[in-house]
Write a protein that binds this ligand. Structure first.
Ligand SMILES: [Zn+2]
Length: 191
C-alpha cells in the first residue's frame, strides 16, 4: 500500500499510511522513525519506520484506522497550496479541491468545515498578495496584468491611452462580447 505525507496544523510532515498518521520522532541513518499521532489521546504505542520507498509498521495500533481524517488533512493542505498560487475566489478554490478528493457519497462526511476552508484560502491569498505602490501621478500608474483580464482570461482593459499626456489619460474597460451585442442592436438603454 502506498504511503504519503500530509501536513499537520503546525505545518510539520505527518506520515499517512493505511489510515493512520504518524509524527516523526527521529531520523537514524536516513531511516525515519515515526510514532502514531494518537500516542497521547489513545495511548497508542504503534511506531513506523520509513525509507524513501517503504514503510514498516512496528507494533499494532490500539484504535481503528481513520481514512476520513487523512482526507480532511489532505483537503486542508491542498486548499492552502492552491490559494498560495492563484487569485481565484476562496469559494471556487474550496469547491475545486473538494471535487478532487471527494468522489463517493461516503466520503462526503469526511470533509473539513467549508467555512474553515474558505477562511484558510482567504488568509493565504492575503498573505501572498503583492500590492502595487500608490501611484503619484496619472501617468506613472501601471495597471497590473491581473486587472486587465477577467477570471476566465478575457480582455477587460479595452483601451489605455497610456502615459505621456500630462494629466490626461483614458482607460476603457469592458468586454468585446458586450460591445458586439451593442453593435448588433439599434437601441441602447443606458444608465
Ligand atoms: Zn495508533
Amino acid at each position: 500500500m502506498e504511503f504519503n505525507f500530509v501536513k499537520s496544523k503546525r505545518g510539520k510532515d505527518l506520515l499517512a499510511y493505511e489510515g493512520f498518521t504518524y509524527r516523526q520522532e527521529k531520523e537514524i541513518n536516513g531511516k525515519r522513525i515515526w510514532k502514531c499521532t494518537k500516542y497521547e489521546k489513545e495511548k497508542c504505542k504503534a511506531r513506523a519506520h520509513s525509507t524513501e520507498d517503504s514503510v514498516v509498521v512496528i507494533s499494532p495500533h490500539s484504535h481503528v484506522p481513520d481514512n476520513g481524517d487523512i482526507r480532511k488533512k489532505e483537503i486542508t493542505n491542498e486548499v492552502r497550496e492552491v490559494a498560495k498560487s492563484t487569485r481565484e475566489p476562496p469559494n471556487r478554490i474550496v469547491a475545486q479541491v473538494i471535487k478532487k478528493y471527494v468522489r463517493t457519497e461516503d466520503e462526503e462526511g469526511s470533509v473539513p468545515k467549508i467555512s474553515n476552508l474558505k477562511k484558510i484560502a482567504q488568509r493565504m491569498r492575503q498573505r501572498n498578495q503583492v500590492l502595487a505602490e500608490n501611484p503619484t501621478s496619472v501617468a506613472d500608474f501601471e495597471i497590473p496584468a491581473e486587472f486587465q483580464t477577467t477570471d476566465t482570461g478575457e480582455t477587460l482593459l479595452l483601451h489605455d491611452s497610456g502615459s505621456g499626456r500630462g494629466d490626461q489619460r483614458t482607460l476603457i474597460s469592458g468586454m468585446a462580447r458586450n460591445l458586439e451585442y451593442l453593435a448588433e442592436n439599434r437601441h441602447w438603454i443606458t444608465q
